[in-house]
Design a protein around this ligand. Structure first.
Ligand SMILES: Cc1cc2nc3c(=O)[nH]c(=O)nc-3n(C[C@H](O)[C@H](O)[C@H](O)COP(=O)(O)OP(=O)(O)OC[C@H]3O[C@@H](n4cnc5c(N)ncnc54)[C@H](O)[C@@H]3O)c2cc1C
Length: 414
């Protein structure tokens, strides 16, 4: 049985650029568009910015370098790394602090690096950060950039005008209404906008994962002894599936199906609770719960180009950024502009873990620095298309590349 819903939707306001989703990709996109002088709205369904990086407890900013000592990710992604540690602890190697010109009064503490990259004993440009401190820093960043942020607001549906989205219907405590949009960045992590607008997408399954934020006496003692808060939270506790070892496989869950999302939330929290029950005592506790299910991949676009392992070390003339592998030194991947856009939808661009990237290449493009990198490129592309009254398919990519490089980004591998 079906009910028919017929209601008038009020148009509450209009923006040059609307960004859906306030994770790392959305924050970078919104900052980029607003700094280009555009009237920008960021819609976030939860109550804090950062997405998986904060609410999902994924508190590790993966490397900005290629493993050979070269920085290959800059721009807003570099800025976000700096902001992630601005008001909290970190374990960014001194070597990289110097290269990134980060001045701090913390003493060099090389022992902490040892348990940092468990996969390879090299000093990469990566760091852990404190989750609440980063959330506050992101609020500050959006305020400085002049982005209007609407929390607790769910993107529900696009209103189409041919192959373009002319407005987005949202729902929040005030009810259901619409915002007009010149350009849209889909940074929802699930391709919600592009999927509803008719873009070609693919769905993926996940094994159970839960990042626990925990503390124990030994680490507290160590932190006090070394006068270094990082030692109290040196690592996260990753429960469930490990993408490096492929251990912890469970039944499969889907992030775009409500029943499956609910099962994932309940089962992953139960997994964390079991761990707590087993280890709790005077010595151990978990200090926060995940505010977002730890899905790694849900739904992504196919894109006008789908990146894969076959693209490692290839040069793309329309590259908007370059990334290496967080797991090892070796693979390097340029990200073509075409992997951010759908062939048909003319004014919605993807950013973050939903771009056209598959298999092992997706492991490289889905992480925090890359989400910010594609976010910035998407924000700049949207701004350019809006200003020039063009479709995303028609923009001059070399103009976009110039703007990326002018703002500290890198386009090609070293
Ligand atoms: C278990 C796990 C471990 C990981 N480990 C690492 C790691 O060590 N280092 C690393 O760099 N990366 C890691 N990652 C990957 C990384 O955290 C994410 O891929 C990255 O943060 C994704 O950013 P995003 O902005 O694309 O998406 P998300 O972080 O998913 O952000 C999407 C945002 O959109 C909002 N949203 C969704 N739908 C709507 C809607 N309809 N309306 C309004 N808002 C909406 C969400 O609330 C969220 O805030 C890990 C991921 C997982 C799951």
């Amino acid at each position: 049985m079906f009910y028919k819903e017929t209601n008038q939707i009020e148009l509450k306001g209009s923006y040059d650029v609307v960004v859906v989703g306030g994770g790392m990709a959305g924050v970078a996109a919104a900052a980029a568009a607003a700094r280009e002088g555009l009237h920008t709205l960021l819609i976030e369904k939860s109550v804090a910015l950062g997405g998986l990086a904060t609410l999902g407890h994924v508190v590790c900013y993966e490397p900005l370098d290629d493993g050979f000592g070269n920085q290959i990710i800059g721009g807003i992604s570099e800025e976000l790394m700096k902001r992630s540690i601005q008001y909290g602890y970190d374990n960014l190697p001194r070597l990289w602090k110097d290269k990134l010109k980060i001045i701090d009064d913390k003493k060099d503490d090389p022992e902490t690096w040892e348990h940092f990259n468990p996969y390879e004993k090299i000093l990469r440009c990566q760091t852990f950060f404190n989750m609440p401190a980063f959330v506050f820093a992101l609020d500050e960043m959006m305020e400085e950039a002049g982005v209007d942020v609407m929390f607790d607001t769910l993107f529900c549906k696009p209103i189409m005008d041919g192959n373009a989205v002319k407005a987005v219907i949202v729902e929040n405590k005030s009810g259901r209404y619409a915002y007009g949009a010149g350009m849209i960045v889909d940074a929802s992590g699930d391709s919600d906008v592009l999927y509803c607008a008719g873009a070609k997408c693919s769905d993926f399954s996940n094994h159970l994962s839960y990042m626990a934020y925990d503390i124990d006496f030994d680490r507290m003692k160590e932190a006090i002894e070394h006068n270094n808060m990082f030692r109290a939270f040196p690592d996260w506790l990753m429960l469930g599936y490990n993408p490096i070892t492929h251990e912890g496989k469970s039944k499969e869950y889907y992030g775009t199906n409500a029943e499956s999302v609910n099962a994932f939330i309940k089962d992953s929290r139960k997994m964390a609770f079991e761990y707590l029950k087993e280890h709790m005592g005077p010595n151990y506790t978990q200090i926060s719960i995940c505010g977002m299910p730890n899905f790694r991949k849900t739904r992504r676009i196919e894109g006008m180009y789908t990146l894969s392992e076959a693209d490692y070390h290839k040069r793309f003339e329309d590259s908007i950024g370059v990334t290496a592998d967080w797991r090892c030194v070796g693979p390097v991947l340029e990200i073509p502009y075409r992997s951010l856009i759908d062939a048909k939808v003319t004014n919605v661009i993807s950013a973050g873990r939903i771009i056209g990237s598959t298999g092992d290449a997706w492991e490289l493009t889905r992480c925090i620095p890359q989400a910010a990198l594609t976010g910035e490129a998407a924000g700049r592309a949207a701004a350019q298309a809006f200003k020039n009254k063009q479709t995303l398919q028609d923009i001059n990519v070399s103009e976009l590349q110039t703007s990326i490089v002018k703002n500290g980004g890198y386009l090609h591998q070293v």
